[in-house]
Design a protein around this ligand. Structure first.
Ligand code: SAH
Length: 217
């Protein structure tokens, strides 16, 4: 099945029409095959603007949100990026086309394995996946030019700020329970942090030492 027309339509209707104007992000989202990251029964829905289940009670993020978060990172070719919450691997595939190396942490091993398999099948060799608690970041690979957190945190974990390079950008959904605010935190040349609220969003919880407990509290 050729999904390229559906994919271009998704980008123009749900991403460009809603105000994302980053040409590089638009081009990449017209290319990355989102349908490969969902199970076969859901492939025909892969180019609608919805989050979809990927097993283990987790979801692949809505394309519009992927676009907004990626654009906010203002990635450069050689950037080192940390992603927290590999999930399906789709967001990592998008990042991999725009940055240098992508370090992605996932706490659920079955999802990490599945993501690895799909990313290998489309030759995303610059994505490095590790199974661990990503609420602590990935200390050995820090500092990062950009950090993207794709699960909702109770607050901005200090570890991410520590692992962000000068000039670095962090995007993270923050808030209690099911509703969060997507925040952009930028580390200025003087090492100061500037925080901007981007939009309201709904992510699955970040579970871990700097996140929520396993029962969601
Ligand atoms: N970026 C993903 C969306 C993932 S949904 C995609 O493109 O498909 C959020 C993911 O974060 C889930 O897979 C969940 O298991 C994971 N997660 C939650 N808390 C985590 C933590 N502390 N460390 C790493 N991954 C975590």
């Amino acid at each position: 099945m050729d999904y390229s027309i559906a994919r271009r339509r998704m980008v123009s209707r749900h991403i460009v029409a809603r105000g994302v104007d980053d040409e590089a992000v638009i081009r990449v989202m017209e290319q990355v095959p989102r349908h490969l990251f969902v199970e076969e029964a859901l492939q025909s829905q892969a180019y609608t603007d919805y989050a979809l289940p990927i097993g283990e009670k987790q979801t692949i993020s809505q394309p519009y949100i992927v676009a907004v978060m990626t654009a906010a990172l203002r990635l450069q070719r050689g950037d080192r990026v940390l992603e927290v919450g590999t999930g399906s691997g789709y967001q990592a595939a998008v990042l991999a086309q725009l940055a240098g190396q992508v370090y992605s942490v996932e706490r659920i091993a079955t999802l990490a394995r599945r993501a690895r398999r799909i990313l290998d099948s489309i030759n995303c060799s610059n994505v490095h996946i590790r199974v661990d608690d990503g609420s602590l970041g990935w200390k050995d690979q820090a500092p990062f030019d950009a950090i993207i957190v794709t699960a909702g945190a109770p607050e901005v974990p200090q570890d991410y700020l520590t692992q962000l390079d000068v000039g670095g950008r962090l995007v993270i959904p923050v808030g209690s329970g099911e509703r969060q605010t997507l925040k952009l935190v930028e580390c200025s040349a003087h090492g100061q942090y500037n925080e901007t609220d981007l939009l309201a969003c709904r992510f699955v919880p970040l579970i871990g030492a700097r996140g929520w407990r396993g029962d969601g509290t």
